[in-house]
Design a protein around this ligand. Structure first.
Ligand SMILES: [Zn+2]
Length: 305
């Protein structure tokens, strides 16, 4: 699943590539991705809207859209929230639609990885812009989520309202996290992944952060000291910054808007490296299930307290 570095990389690309463009048309063969409003309303409202901003909030991509009404005031702005979930990612390029019987086949016209990498071939939605370019959502597993609502209702949207502070927010400090850790008596790793606690961290960077901090993912949160808590925060920020520079991790489905892979997989410490030697001490990386999710760690560098 795309986490902070992957979502931010896409948002930074989109800021350069789609802000200032007007959406003139829209296609999907997977209407279930649109959660709000109905497909009919979505199709009615979206065309003619100008993209004025794109931002990342947690792991969500939030487009600010200005509708082309006669009395355009900021009251008529809409937001389109997209959560890419497990395998979704936006691509910019050109695609043709071809009817074959009752099915529509999407044919990429853009050369390079958009055409050649199969992870870019699961096109579920296409947004058409006034300058002839297109923005497509590729999503193998079809879990992505799109919501279009008036901007004035954004504060009440559960997806945004329930989010905790961003990992880079000043609100995230050792006092904040320590008090949460003290109240809970479960393994630290799943708490770190709760978006209500800290937004932006998922399974990949949760494992990587704990490795750098030298904390075993199974450590009970309430036995962590304030110093160890601070170490986790600093490690998370460090590893996320590093991954941002490398444009994210593409060991799975994630690609950037050019269809290109990120480079963090090559330098990752523990995530998805079961059986491989630790980059620091050569001990074999272990995998353990915590809740439903796999956690990877080095039993030597991350001794259980
Ligand atoms: Zn090690």
């Amino acid at each position: 699943m795309p986490e902070l570095p992957e979502v931010q990389t896409i948002v930074d690309d989109l800021k350069k590539r789609v802000v200032g463009k007007t959406i003139v048309d829209f296609w999907t063969d997977t209407p279930k991705i649109i959660k709000k409003p109905s497909l009919k309303e979505f199709r009615k409202k979206l065309p003619g809207s100008l993209i004025v901003d794109v931002q990342r909030i947690g792991k969500n991509i939030v487009f600010t859209l200005k509708l082309k009404t006669k009395k355009s005031s900021s009251d008529s702005n809409m937001i389109m929230l997209v959560h890419q979930k497990m395998t979704g990612h936006f691509l910019i390029g050109n695609w043709d639609l071809k009817k074959v019987g009752r099915k529509t086949i999407v044919i990429p016209k853009t050369k390079g990885p958009i055409s050649s990498d199969k992870y870019n071939s699961y096109i579920r939605m296409i947004f058409y812009f006034d300058n002839g370019t297109q923005m497509a959502l590729s999503d193998l597993r079809k879990f992505a989520k799109v919501i279009l609502i008036p901007q004035k209702d954004a504060d009440n949207l559960k997806d945004l309202k329930d989010l905790g502070p961003d990992v880079f927010s000043k609100k995230i400090d050792s006092d904040y996290l320590y008090s949460i850790f003290q109240k809970r008596k479960k393994a630290v790793k799943p708490i770190l992944l709760e978006q209500q606690v800290v937004s932006g961290i998922g399974n990949i960077y949760g494992d990587e952060s704990l490795f750098i901090a030298g904390i075993n993912p199974l450590t009970k949160s309430n036995i962590l000291s304030k110093k160890e808590t601070a170490k986790i925060i600093n490690s998370a920020r460090k590893v996320i910054k590093k991954s941002l520079k490398l444009r994210g991790i593409s060991s799975s489905d994630y690609r950037d808007t050019y269809g290109e892979k990120g480079g963090y997989d090559k330098v990752r410490f523990v995530y998805d490296r079961e059986g491989l030697p630790c980059r620091i001490c050569q001990t074999e990386i272990k995998r353990v299930k915590i809740g439903q999710r796999s956690s990877y760690f080095c039993s030597h560098c991350q001794k259980l307290k």
